[in-house]
Design a protein around this ligand. Structure first.
Ligand SMILES: Nc1ncnc2c1ncn2[C@@H]1O[C@H](COP(=O)(O)OP(=O)(O)OP(=O)(O)O)[C@@H](O)[C@H]1O
Length: 291
């Protein structure tokens, strides 16, 4: 069932288009938003969070019209911005009480119930009374998720939530996000393909303000089907070959370098076709090499 629908959305910054004719349809679950820098991901999230006006298009969130019913829409939203600033002198628990009051949770008992439940959900109960300035980057992000979930929103947007996290923090964070997808609509914007791979059922790819793909992660991988090749050359030739081919990755094995290339035809006499990954599909869609 569709929970968030976007039809013909256009956004300009002065005369520069930032989003062009976006059509998107989301349901419950974690929805990945992928795209390089400047693709328009933050702009889209800011529009959906009612922070930014748009020129054209229709957006409905749980049957509410974003343009006409912004106040009600705000009651359904939880947002973790890309740059999440917290008062470092607060403890985690104090901050969540403060953020809850700002969201209109004025009844102390009801707010406390939510704060304690969320601290547990994001695994911060043991550190709840420590000052935020002693938290790691991962803990601050998890606190950010907790604040986004105050007020029991149904639609949650997380803008680059795993940027700068170490691998173990990233795994912890993903577990929290995956659980959320069971009964919320979650948009997760990222450059990190492995976040999408593990957490998202559906994905959209934006580039230069245009939507290039919407569908499953497997479908995205298939966008590079029959177009991913690997070949090996002596390691001594690495620099020469690297200059010649627009490769998507390379690795060293003993005295050889193995190059991975997306192309319609075999790019090298020793090239062998390999199974596409989500990253290959993403690169094929962004660079348009196979279309
Ligand atoms: N306030 C603004 N005024 C003018 N142009 C802007 C403004 N905010 C963003 N842009 C431009 O709009 C385009 C989309 O930017 P946006 O921040 O939405 O991309 P993004 O996909 O979130 O990128 P990143 O991954 O780097 O955060 C970019 O070309 C950007 O330079």
């Amino acid at each position: 069932m569709s929970t968030v629908r976007i039809d013909g959305l256009n956004k300009m910054y002065r005369s520069v288009p930032a989003l062009t004719n976006i059509e998107l349809d989301m349901g419950t679950g974690v929805f990945g938003l992928l795209g390089p820098n400047g693709a328009g991901k933050t702009t889209l999230m800011k529009i959906l969070s009612t922070l930014l006006p748009y020129e054209e298009g229709r957006v409905t969130i749980y049957d509410l019209d974003l343009a006409k019913e912004g106040d009600q829409v705000r009651g359904l939203l939880g947002y973790l911005p890309q740059h999440f600033h917290v008062p470092m002198q607060f403890t985690g628990r104090e901050f969540l009480h403060y953020a809850g009051s700002m969201k209109g949770l004025t009844n102390h008992k009801a707010r406390s119930g939510q704060v304690e439940r969320l601290l547990e959900e994001v695994n911060l109960l043991p550190q709840a009374d420590k000052k935020i300035k002693s938290y790691s980057g991962g803990m601050i992000r998890r606190l950010g998720i907790a604040q986004a979930l105050l007020g029991e929103p149904r639609f949650i947007m997380l803008d680059e939530p795993t940027a700068g996290l170490d691998p173990s923090e990233r795994i912890r964070f993903r577990n929290v996000i995956e659980k959320l997808g069971d009964n919320h609509t979650v948009i997760l914007s990222t450059h990190i393909i492995s976040d999408i791979e593990t957490s998202c059922g559906q994905v959209a790819v934006l580039n230069k303000g245009s939507l290039l793909y919407q569908g499953t992660t497997q479908g995205l991988a298939q966008k590079a089907a029959d177009g991913v090749w690997e070949f090996q050359v002596p390691y001594a030739d690495y620099d020469k070959v690297a200059k010649e081919f627009a490769f998507i990755s390379s690795r060293r094995e003993m005295n050889h370098a193995i190059f991975r290339v997306i192309a319609k035809e075999p790019p090298h006499i020793h090239a062998a076709a390999v199974q596409p990954t989500i990253e290959d599909g993403y690169m094929a869609v962004i660079n348009g090499v196979l279309s």
